[in-house]
Design a protein around this ligand. Sequence first.
Ligand SMILES: [Zn+2]
Length: 372
Amino acid sequence: MQVVYSPAHLAHDITLETFMGLPIPANEVAERAEKIRQALEADGGFPFVEPTEHGEAPITAVHDPGLVRFLEAAWSEVRRQGLQRPFLSADTYPNRQMFEGMSPDAVARLAREPEHAAGRAGFWGLDSAAPLVAGTYIAARAAVDVALTTVDLVLGGATSAYGLCRPPGHHAARSMYGGYCFFNNAAIAAETIVRATGERVAILDVDYHHGNGSQQIFWRRADVRYVSIHADPDRAYPYFLGRADEVGEGDGTGENLNIPLGAGATNDDYVAAVERALEAVLAVPGSVIVVSLGFDTYGLDPIGDFALTTDVYHEIGRRTAATGRRLVILQEGGYHRPSLGENARAWLRGAEGRAFDPLPATGFGEGGAVAG
Ligand SMILES: [Zn+2]
């Protein structure tokens, strides 16, 4: 299976994030993608391909151009406004109760983008968990090109291809970034496939978190079915979307399937959820599945609470490929760095119908097997 990778992700150089107002060592760091790259290179069965530039049009096909302009200019605005910060995070978010009792027309007029960078970050952002730095825009644009080059490979005839996207994308909505995500790589890929083929497309999201952005973008759409297995938002980010009763509206009614799982979900729990998800994917015609692939479902993940093991990723990859549909596989989350490479290798080898044998740890396992 070909792997699309760009070193441009290194420009999104994150060391700190905030959690509940306190600075903590960042989870979504460059080392994540490098661990996966090293493991797939060591495997020897994954030829690497560089992405080609696809321009802005596929991005604005799903995102508000205002979001693109904000992300492009945000860091130069931080500098111009003399804000001494290692990263940009919002000061204030426009909580919808701020406008309670005001008409939709009034809200549309009043809730507009301010000038201060900390207000602009609140206007376009969901949360304080997506630090924005000097190289964020370049890396986010490159991640989209990685996703779209992966689409090119599959539409060009490959059975499957893997895009090593970083930053991830599935929390980014049409007009909003958040949750380590800036552009929604999977949604951009799905939209591009719909436009290129005229077929219906399914997104299978197996990240630990609900992909609120993907759900929002296709909420009223009949041509993209979004199916997600994730932690119940009652206890996990993004908290306000991801429940089982969210099924879409209008033309999209019935096209959104959320499968929330409880804490401690086991391999068996998860495989049962995958079977249900794949059934929903296969219930609509089409030849391509976009997989939002996360490994924060792993038992040792520092921000997840599931109990999955490496072997089950191999099995899930195998079952997903056994649908007979072509797979555009795009990396989302996964924060236990020592296991990321092996988990990705296991999933992708499963999707190719190849056996999985763990690689010897030398060369990419420094830091120990169970670092936090
Ligand atoms: Zn996640």
